[in-house]
Design a binder for this molecule. Structure first.
Ligand SMILES: [Zn+2]
Ligand SMILES: [Zn+2]
Length: 186
């Protein structure tokens, strides 16, 4: 996703609002930063925010909303989730009017500086980084998801699964066996 910031220079406001929904998330996925348990549809990323021109930099503050499919940790069912989070970046403009490289003691974290080229900012690496950091690592289809039976592979709440009933009998059999073993020893 590219943000056109040329209006920021042509207008004198020094502020540019934007609200974009992705049409293609390949650029974000291609960074390799999105965990593979997250599947984002092409229109799954929305970015709202503001570019603000200040001195040598442009400051970007925004909110990312990402819709994705993943799987429940317990029952593996596919579920749809949505996460929203805020982010900010400083942008160094190359070839911009009167804008040079930032001075080393300007208090700006080098790691957070991205470059604008030909009046546009490539947001894909930023979005990938933010999504990778903010996305949860565990998902449940519901808080009380019973999970899968390790014996038959059905949902534990499935009436077809009777493995738990069998398990209840097992300890009693074990005690009986122990008693028999002991009586043999006497
Ligand atoms: Zn589940
Ligand atoms: Zn079972």
């Amino acid at each position: 996703m590219k943000a056109d910031i040329s209006d920021l220079f042509s207008s004198n406001k020094g502020v540019l609002d934007f609200d974009e929904t992705s049409g293609d998330v390949q650029g974000v996925v291609a960074t390799g930063m999105i965990p593979d348990y997250i599947r984002i549809p092409d229109d799954g990323i929305r970015v709202r925010g503001q570019f603000r021109s200040a001195g040598q930099f442009i400051y970007l503050t925004g909110t990312v909303t990402v819709r994705y499919k993943t799987n429940c940790d317990r029952c593996l069912r596919e579920i749809e989730e949505e996460s929203s989070f805020d982010f900010r970046r400083s942008i160094a403009v190359s070839g911009g009017a009167g804008r040079g490289q930032p001075a080393p003691d300007d208090g700006v974290d080098r790691e957070d500086v991205i470059a604008a080229k030909d009046g546009a900012v490539d947001l894909d690496p930023v979005l990938a980084e933010e999504i990778a950091l903010a996305i949860p690592t565990h998902f449940l289809c519901s808080e009380d998801c019973p999970g899968l039976c390790p014996v038959c592979g059905r949902l534990r709440s499935d009436p077809e699964c009777r493995c738990a009933e069998k398990k209840e009998i097992d300890p009693r059999l074990a005690i009986l066996k122990k008693l028999l073993d002991n009586s043999e020893e006497v």
